[in-house]
Design a protein. Structure first.
Length: 142
C-alpha cells in the first residue's frame, strides 16, 4: 500500500476518532442483519450486477467494460454494509473482492474515500486494486 494512502487512512481515523462519532454495540439483530446482507451480496451478486447495469442502461449510461458486484463496508458517519459495483479492465475486476469506504463529515464539508481491495479479510492486509472504478453503491445502516 502506498505511503500516501496510509497517511490518508491514518488522518481519517484520527479525525473520525475526535469528531464525536458515537460507538454502538451490536446486538443479536444487528449480527443477523450483517450476516444476512453479506450472504445476500455473495449469493445474488450476479443478479444485483444485472439490475444495476439494466438500471443504468435505461438512464442512457452504459459501461463498455466489465462490471462486478462485491461487498462494501462503510465507516464514518455510522456503519453501513452492502454491495458495490466495480468496473474496469476484466483482469483488474476479477482481482477485486471488496470495497472499503471511509466517510468524514466536518460541518458542511463531506468526504468519502472508496478503495477497491483484493481481499474481504482486513487481517490479511489492505491491498488496493488500482485502475478500478466504483460505479454504484447499495448499502444499509447497521
Amino acid at each position: 500500500m502506498s505511503r500516501k494512502l496510509v497517511a490518508v487512512l491514518v488522518l481519517m481515523a484520527f479525525v473520525i476518532s475526535f469528531s464525536g462519532v458515537t460507538v454502538y454495540a451490536l446486538d443479536l439483530g444487528d449480527v443477523i442483519k450483517v450476516f444476512g446482507i453479506a450472504y445476500a451480496v455473495r449469493v445474488f451478486s450476479g443478479q444485483i450486477n444485472s439490475f444495476i447495469n439494466n438500471l443504468l442502461n435505461q438512464k442512457g449510461i452504459k459501461w463498455e467494460g466489465t462490471t462486478k458486484v462485491v461487498p462494501i463496508i462503510s465507516i464514518g458517519s455510522g456503519t453501513y454494509l452492502g454491495a458495490a459495483q466495480v468496473a474496469g479492465d476484466p483482469s483488474l475486476v476479477n482481482q477485486t473482492k471488496a470495497v472499503g469506504q471511509g466517510e468524514l463529515n466536518i460541518g458542511d464539508l463531506r468526504g468519502k474515500l472508496l478503495v477497491p481491495m483484493q481481499t474481504t479479510n482486513p487481517l490479511k492486509g489492505l491491498k488496493r486494486v488500482e485502475g478500478i472504478g466504483v460505479t454504484a453503491v447499495i448499502d444499509f445502516r447497521i
